[in-house]
Design a protein around this ligand. Structure first.
Ligand code: NAP
Ligand code: GDD
Length: 346
């Protein structure tokens, strides 16, 4: 019998990589898609199968984690072996603009899924993965951060994810559901959403290189992040779900870089000669002809910032035999190559 997985958030970066990964592992994959006025399935178009096809490996359903009835009826109908809750309003800055919606989707979304597992008496069948985040560490209490580090979230997004984290543990302890939290640090890829800083930097600098754009505007360049590759991180999610006993795991590279250092790597990859001038909001970067190619703008600063994130994944290495392989330069190169190819095809 093939294992059945249900992915909430299948149209996102991680959902697309995870769906592909599980199909390769011979799972039957069900995915939940939100209704949208424009197409939102571009990341999974290459694995999409028409509904009239027999024995499909991928089946899509409309649904939304803010809608209890749709969550419950999908879980009742599909009775999955594994549920991956990747659905979220995942942009930290946007969470300050839509805090209530973020709380409902990112916090209560996990509860709605867990409660459906319990209500339909699937506690002994259905395993649950919660997409937790290093944002929960926020104003960090220790460096590096591991599974025991206390949380101090600094955004409505981080606060909502802390609720999802603890409700997952609560249902594991109260109802013996196999439920685990991945505490994933930032992970990127060529299919990263365009408003996250890595993808924004790379697409703008590629366009500037080709004379299609003049300046890239950014916010805080001093924040430090622990950036890994999304494709490797979805494998860690799956590994957590195959254990005998459910637990929570930090997934990270153990190396951190500032946003400015990330920019430097991209400029070097694109063979720019460049120089930085000024400080904080007045920081600017010039190319060899003296054109200002990067400037800061206060609109991209957040009401509160997470200044530094650095993960300690030794538990994942010990118990899951998981370790990141790609470093920051590999990730930058892969993302730049993808972007340049896309530009030359346009
Ligand atoms: P993403 O690209 O923004 O994808 C989010 C997914 O959730 C999309 O499929 C989105 O659908 C869906 N979604 C949003 N609101 C929904 C709702 N109300 N009901 C159902 N689906 C909804 O995010 P990602 O980078 O793949 O991240 C996946 C998960 O891991 C998220 O929960 C994120 O918070 C968490 N996480 C990410 C990182 C990271 O660095 N990438 C690190 C730690 C944790 P649309 O396509 O229709 O928008
Ligand atoms: N998005 C964005 N846009 N960020 C900027 C910009 C800009 O123009 N300029 C500077 N930054 C800084 C942000 O202030 C932040 O410190 C850092 O770049 C990274 O921002 P994002 O790429 O938006 O990611 P994030 O760290 O806030 O959140 C991501 O990682 C979390 C895990 O730590 C998201 O994927 C979250 O969903 C995820 O949980």
């Amino acid at each position: 019998m093939k294992k059945i997985a249900l992915i909430f958030g299948i149209t996102g970066q991680d959902g697309a990589y995870l769906a592909e990964f599980l199909i390769k592992k011979k799972y039957k994959v069900h995915g939940v898609v939100r209704r949208s006025s424009s197409f939102n399935t571009s990341r999974i178009d290459h694995i999409y199968e028409e509904p009239y096809k027999k024995n499909r490996k991928l089946i899509l359903h409309y649904g939304d984690v803010t809608d209890s009835m749709s969550v419950s009826s999908l879980i009742k109908k599909i009775k999955p072996d594994e549920i991956y809750n990747l659905a979220a309003q995942s942009h930290v800055s946007v969470s300050f603009e839509v805090p209530e919606y973020t709380a409902s989707a990112d916090g209560l979304g996990a509860l709605r899924i867990l409660e459906a597992i319990r209500f339909h008496r699937l506690e002994n069948k259905t395993r649950f993965y919660q997409a937790g985040t290093s944002e929960m560490f926020g104003r960090v209490k220790e460096i590096p951060q591991n599974e025991e580090t206390p949380f101090y979230p600094r955004s409505p997004y981080g606060v909502a994810k802390v609720y999802a984290h603890w409700i997952t543990i609560n249902y594991r302890e109260a109802y013996k559901i196999f439920a685990c939290n991945g505490i994933l640090f930032n992970h990127e890829s060529p299919i990263r959403g365009g408003t996250f800083v890595t993808k924004k930097i790379i697409s703008a600098l590629c366009r500037i290189k080709y004379g299609l754009q003049k300046t890239l505007y950014l916010g805080n360049l001093d924040a430090k992040r622990d950036w890994g590759h999304a494709e490797e991180y979805v494998e860690a999610m799956w590994k957590m779900m195959q254990k005998k006993i459910p637990s929570d795991y930090v997934i990270s590279t153990g190396k951190q870089y500032s946003v400015r250092e990330f920019v430097d790597y991209v400029l070097e990859e694109l063979n720019f000669s460049f120089s930085w001038k000024g400080k904080k909001l007045n920081t600017k970067c010039f190319d060899e002809r003296g054109n200002c190619i990067i400037a800061c703008n206060k609109n991209y600063y957040r009401p509160l910032e997470v200044d530094t994130l650095l993960g300690d994944s030794r538990k994942a290495y010990r118990e899951l035999n998981w370790k990141p392989k790609k470093n920051i330069k590999d990730i930058v190169k892969e993302m730049v190559d993808y972007e340049l190819k896309k530009l030359s095809n346009d």
